[in-house]
Design a protein around this ligand. Structure first.
Ligand SMILES: C[S@@+](CC[C@H](N)C(=O)[O-])C[C@H]1O[C@@H](n2cnc3c(N)ncnc32)[C@H](O)[C@@H]1O
Length: 279
């Protein structure tokens, strides 16, 4: 089985890494995220998981950052049942089914038009969930969204594919459009960007789409966009789930954490983080 896919750009190709990561996680005896719909989507599309030979080593990060962003969205919705939720660079993620918002919430998955067209073929429809096909660098797409409701904006894996000017411009437009809300995304330390660029075997053509330099200080976005305030920085490696990692990885992890625990700035440079801001 499978569907006919258009040629993808390197940035679009990155959606397979995260989708396949969640699919593989769901096959573990004790999955971290348990997103079985991701595995169904991979089957429907007919994508070959073997295209990412080193995917197993990234499962924990991919699953845990998705899990944290789900939690952040769920928590915001519990406080604001009239919220709008935006998943920017949604790829083929079916987060709306994991978060399962009430009917009072409007959910918008935004990605390039060709990706949103594929979403419509492989992800079930859901009331109050809308696909917006747009380049996030365009200024028009935001105008179709209500501006007077609390907004929860999540972006999982998007940042590396926006230039620094594009990222700052997007964040500025989002925070100006909505009267208030929260923004959450996984941080990209400069080292992570360097690794993607220098290990093509692990990331394939995706490296060519990475145009953001990354940033190490979670307070930096506050300086880019007036009105943004960091409210949470979380580290998947410091969650109870990290205890399920194989012994070797845990030993290296605790050694690194131990060595770096006195220097949060250094720890950030080597660790996956999920950052949450209020505006
Ligand atoms: C690493 S993937 C993550 C996909 C999804 N969030 C997930 O976790 O599976 C990055 C996504 O950002 C999208 N993207 C990158 N640049 C974009 C842009 N300028 N406009 C719209 N989408 C973009 C890509 O098409 C891709 O789907």
């Amino acid at each position: 089985m499978g569907i006919t896919l258009p040629a993808f750009t390197p940035a679009q190709n990155s959606l397979w890494l995260t989708l396949c990561g969640r699919a593989l996680d769901s096959r573990l005896p004790h999955p971290f995220l348990a997103d079985t719909m991701a595995d169904e989507i991979v089957s429907k599309v007919g994508y070959d998981l073997a295209k990412f030979p080193l995917l197993k080593s990234k499962l924990f990060d991919i699953a845990m950052r998705a899990k944290k962003l789900d939690e952040v969205a769920r928590d915001f919705i519990a406080r604001h049942p009239d919220a709008v939720v935006l998943d920017l660079g949604a790829g083929l993620d079916s987060r709306v089914f994991r978060v399962n918002p009430p009917a009072t919430v409007d959910w918008y998955d935004v990605d390039f038009p060709e990706i949103v067209a594929i979403r419509r073929q492989v992800i079930p429809q859901r009331a109050n969930a809308h696909g917006i096909g747009a380049d996030l660098n365009d200024e028009q797409w935001l105008n179709q969204l209500p501006s007077d409701r609390p907004a929860m904006i999540v972006a999982d894996g998007l940042v590396p594919f926006l230039t620094q000017d594009g990222l700052v411009s997007l964040l500025t437009r989002l925070t100006s459009h909505f009267t208030g809300g929260e923004l959450a995304f996984n941080g990209y330390p400069k080292l992570a960007v360097w690794v993607v660029k220098h290990y093509p075997r692990a990331f394939g053509s995706i490296a060519d789409g990475v145009v953001n330099p990354g940033f190490d200080d979670p307070l930096e976005p506050e300086r880019w966009v007036p009105g943004l305030k960091l409210v949470e920085e979380s580290f998947p490696t410091r969650t109870p789930e990290a205890a399920q990692l194989p012994l070797g990885i845990r030993l290296v992890g605790s050694l690194v954490s131990g060595l770096l625990s006195r220097s949060p700035a250094t720890f950030r440079r080597v660790s996956t983080t999920v950052l949450r801001y209020r505006f």
